[in-house]
Design a protein around this ligand. Structure first.
Ligand code: EPZ
Length: 415
């Protein structure tokens, strides 16, 4: 299994063109199930999770041609309506096939994603939403089975789940009439999906607010779409610069998608400035201790919580991180402790006592972002860090070692 070997303590410099967003690409690729026409999706990152999605679409009956950053998805044979456990267990976002397949074919069977390293992650909000649209739900042999002809309705979420918002929006696009989602997630990825569904022929308004209105149509057409830049990849690398020191320009990074992180970084002492077509980050020395709470967008994103902890572990004082989205997303704390960080976890809070120096160690990634947090820590640390289970990192970051090497880091992949 691959490992990263990182010799820390090198400043980062240069510029980097941010990749397309994984979490935008996934629901958009899955929403191509709404049509038999060809769809062309650009700016798709080359990641393990995208490969899994391509396999999922192919298993369901689509033809997918992947060249560079472009995916061409077209009709190959009549679609199947069953996504089995061998794919769903690799990527929980597979549950997003439920909405479009149910809306088109009146039935769908998706293996129930189990819990994972960061939390229980149930799909009750997805199911309730689809039930509100008229589906009948049954649990069968570990699968979610939904059936029935969907009709437009008012759906109200108890929590702004990103995936559930995407699932219901996508279903509603293919259900003639007006569906309203209240308590919707407001993430930029939702706006990107809304743009895609609009281009396909549905009317979607309110994306980016907590009330989304979808006027669905019976036939959606194939379109061409460019995925938005990945705010989490950008945020992770911004924190790498802040932790290791240096100056890097991030081309295509969108300040409006990163406002909470930028505000926190500035308070910590990093310099973050909007430049033409992107952002420039520079930092020197140890940060000020700043406490944050992860929240649904536009709050501080849970997906940069681990890199933030790595950054704060060298702060000049004590800070606290509250994780309000996932119940087990502090597994990186124990690994950071192996590098000399002082972090005490209690319930949903992590208390970080800044140390003057992290030191290299052998550590293990437990999920995509925990792994990214370890990379950030390793870049700032003195000495050599070896990160195991890099396959987690590869799910969400495209050749992170190459990116960082170009920015001046000493990092290599051992196969
Ligand atoms: C998306 O996951 C992202 N994944 C996650 O990124 C991200 O961390 C998360 O949103 C929050 O921003 C993709 O976009 C593919 P949620 P999602 O539904 O949709 C609970 C990464 O590293 N919940 O908003 O699964 C759930 O358990 C990944 O790139 C229910 O209780 O997130 C969690 O505690 C990790 N019932 C919270 O809501 C439900 O039916 C947020 O989940 C659905 C969710």
């Amino acid at each position: 299994m691959d490992e990263f070997v990182i010799d820390g303590g090198r400043r980062l410099k240069g510029s980097y063109l941010v990749n397309g967003s994984k979490n935008s690409a996934l629901p958009i690729l899955i929403a191509t199930l709404l049509t038999d026409d060809e769809c062309v999706i650009d700016n798709v990152p080359r990641l393990r999770d995208i490969r899994t999605t391509v396999r999922l679409l192919e298993t369901l009956g689509k033809k997918v041609v992947w060249t560079g950053k472009r995916l061409r998805i077209s009709y190959a044979r009549p679609l199947k309506t069953h996504a089995s456990y061998d794919i769903v267990k690799q990527m929980r976002a597979s549950i997003l096939v439920a909405g479009p397949l149910l809306a088109r074919f009146g039935k769908v069977r998706v293996s129930l994603p189990g819990g994972c390293a960061i939390g229980l992650r149930p799909v009750d909000i997805h199911i309730q939403g689809l039930e509100t649209l008229g589906a009948a739900y049954a649990a069968q042999e570990g699968d979610v089975v939904l059936s029935g002809r969907l009709r437009p309705a008012k759906v109200r979420f108890r929590f702004p789940s990103v995936g559930a918002t995407e699932n219901i929006m996508t279903a509603a696009a293919a259900v003639p009439g007006r569906t309203v989602i209240e308590g919707a997630a407001r993430e930029p990825e939702i706006e990107d999906l809304a743009g895609f569904l609009r281009a396909m022929g549905a009317k979607v308004s309110g994306a980016g607010t907590s009330r989304i209105v979808v006027d669905g149509v019976s036939r959606l057409k194939g379109v061409r779409h460019r995925v938005i830049p990945d705010r989490i990849e950008a945020g992770t690398l911004m924190l790498a610069v802040a932790a290791a020191g240096g100056t890097v320009t991030f081309k295509d990074a969108r300040p409006e998608h990163l406002a909470a992180l930028i505000a926190a970084m500035k308070r910590a002492g990093a310099r973050v400035a909007a430049v033409r077509g992107g952002l420039r980050v520079s930092a020197e020395g140890r940060p000020r201790p700043i406490s944050v709470t992860t929240e649904p967008h536009p709050g501080f994103p849970t997906d940069v919580q681990a890199p933030w902890m790595a950054y704060m572990s060298q702060a000049k004082g004590d800070s606290r991180i509250r994780e309000s989205i996932f119940e087990r997303r502090f597994l990186h704390a124990a690994e950071l402790a192996r590098m000399g960080a002082r972090v005490a976890v209690s319930g949903d809070a992590a208390f970080v006592t800044g140390v003057s120096e992290l030191t290299g160690a052998a550590v293990m990634a437990s999920d995509i972002r925990a792994g990214a947090g370890l990379v950030v820590a390793a870049l700032a640390a003195k000495g050599r860090t070896v990160i195991q289970r890099v396959y987690h990192i590869d799910r969400g970051y495209e050749r992170l070692e190459t990116v960082l090497r170009r920015l001046g880091a000493r990092i290599r992949r051992l196969r």
